[in-house]
Design a protein around this ligand. Sequence first.
Ligand SMILES: Cc1cc2nc3c(=O)[nH]c(=O)nc-3n(C[C@H](O)[C@H](O)[C@H](O)COP(=O)(O)O)c2cc1C
Length: 733
Amino acid sequence: MTTIFDSIQIKNIKIQNRIVLPPLVRFSIIEKDGFVNDKLVEWYETIAKNGVGLIIVEASSVSENGKLRDNQLGIWDNKFIPGLKKIADKVHEYNTKIMIQVHHAGFKEKITDVSTEELDIILEDFKAAFKIAKTASFDGIEIHGAHTYLLSQLASHLWNSRTDKYGGDFNGRMHFAERLITETREIFNKDFILGYRMGGNEPELIDGIKIAKFLENLGIDILHVSSGIPNPEYKKEKKVDVPQDFPLDWVVYMATEIKKHVKIPVIAVRKIKKESQASWLIENNYVDMVAIGRAMLSNPDWIGYAKKLFLKRKENEKKENEKKEEKKCNGVARNAHENKENNELINIDIFCKIVDNYGDIGVVLRLGKELKKTLENKINLRIIISKIDELIAINPKIKDLDYQEFNNITYITNSYFEKNIQKLGVANLVIETFGCGIPDYYMELAYFNSEYILNLEYLTGEKWVNDFHMKESLLPKGSVKKYFYFPGFSEEAGGLVIREQIRKKVNAHKEKYLKKYYGEFLNPEKKLKGTIFSYEKNFIPFFDALKKLDEEVILMIFSTKTQNSIKNIFNKKIFGNAYKYGKIEMKFSKFLSQDQYEEIINVSDFNFVRGEDSATMAVTSGKPFLWQLYPQENNTHMEKLEGFLDTYTTFLNKNNKNIDDKNLTANLIKLFKDYNDKVDNYLDLGNESYLYFLKNIKNIERANIVFADYLLSKCNLINKLKSFIYEFLGGKK
Ligand SMILES: Cc1cc2nc3c(=O)[nH]c(=O)nc-3n(C[C@H](O)[C@H](O)[C@H](O)COP(=O)(O)O)c2cc1C
């Protein structure tokens, strides 16, 4: 990228930067004789000393009667050479290059009335002035072809209605300029620049563009775009149409447009005051040089001022870049496409807030582990949780740290993440679990840097989720896309977080697992084995049913809530972790890890489960189960339950032609509903319902296995997520 402080080479002449002092007549300094005086030299010296790249000395008249004002600099006679040379030499001492503008004021609207001969003479005056400038050690001249003066008058079809060689069509109107250029070629060697200040609107921009191309073809070295003779229809400040979003002056706009049509360097001018404006033009290659007129008059050290701001801006940009680099080093992506191309890992962040009973974090941990297992070296996975102790409760191997890696997953607390967000960055794929909300500090970055956000909802069997799964959820801003992700018990929904290998493993080594979990009981294989994990509940009818069974029973009881609910039935008779009640043996088990809990589910004959994670384990084990949903105030959990029962029993009815008992699904529906009804009617849940369940264990299992097989093969959330990741995020396969 070119900056305003980069040099530019024109022919053999190297200009140290892109800033130009445009021609500015100093009438107040100059006498009527048109000679250079010390004050004028001093003025140009000041500008050169401050480091401008190029000075274009003010309009100097090529003939005594071509002046604009009496006290205008003259270049019509060799007598001016020493004075002019003083300026050029002084400026050269500071490594600033210097050109001089040669000018004839012309005849305004009367240009048509001027004789051909007079124009021929003026042409010769110009040629002579070029030579004077060269002799006076200038680096080049600028023909003043703008601002309604002679060459502008000739070029303008508004004013020039001449019928001789200097008028007529476009070529006629440009004939004077053409002759000037072609007849002085020998003067403009590699060390002498031929510049042209033209009107970008002569009268329209389209005419300006035509003139620019014409001049380039003739061999002009540099174009300086200013204003011409405007179309009188433009009454406003702008004399051409400028796009609304163009931030600078209309004359500057014309320069940027003309630059698009020529290869030679273009200077822009007018109302460029700030460093940022000049830099914007150069850094975006809109023009090649910028002229600073009045701003330089009021602050001759404009360059010094600009340099300070420029360096400050560059320093900030450097810091920004370093920050970006640092983020890259942390392996955290801001752009998934970048990753794809670089064949890098895909970053996934899972947000989780533990609301109650560890169910949420349970699902998140399973999700994390399974994702990592399936996509092992393709992803970086971070789990961001509200508090670390909740995690430790579920996995004691996790340490009490705000940031840690465990089994290739990074666990970070929310507060730590917030403090280090700049360093840690955001991920390609963000998974928000159970509407926990992604914190604002994260979202601000994610809006524009992440690729996808999945809003992972609670598991529900309700059928409407089939329609809403993967529907877009609109965000207020940014490029990131957010989708609803509904886990569910059907192919159309998002599936279940399943670990199918546990069922396979336990079934293949039944005895080993029987021993592992029921080894302390006598002949466990001959007894009915059940696990109970629930919220608070009245289990009296259940025990009544158990008493009526002929078989001996072993119950594994998990969680304080369940254990207390059962201990309450037997009052104070229970000490320690085991209790025997007739043919019923009970064990009040300690908290098991997720894997262990799923193993025992698969080796038991039936399971009473609670919440989402254990329901998934139970339903995919194929074992008969009862699911207690988290009880909600207004019984909304019952709607969820009905949705599940609908899906579950519809499937059983359709796919279990061998079920002997025609009432099986109807009985299951009643049982599940009674089991979940929060209203204090649990005594109504007659032991007959439980008895039916216990006596039909084999039947139910036969039906459930078909459902479990379907879920395992068609409704695996991890497989669905994996396809999503490949399809939408690409990455290393
Ligand atoms: C005091 C003054 C004198 C000027 N003299 C000339 C001149 O001799 N030749 C010329 O082409 N333009 C002349 N201009 C126009 C400037 O070169 C420049 O195009 C104009 O001031 C707009 O740029 P600015 O906004 O940076 O000042 C003059 C402008 C001012 C204010």
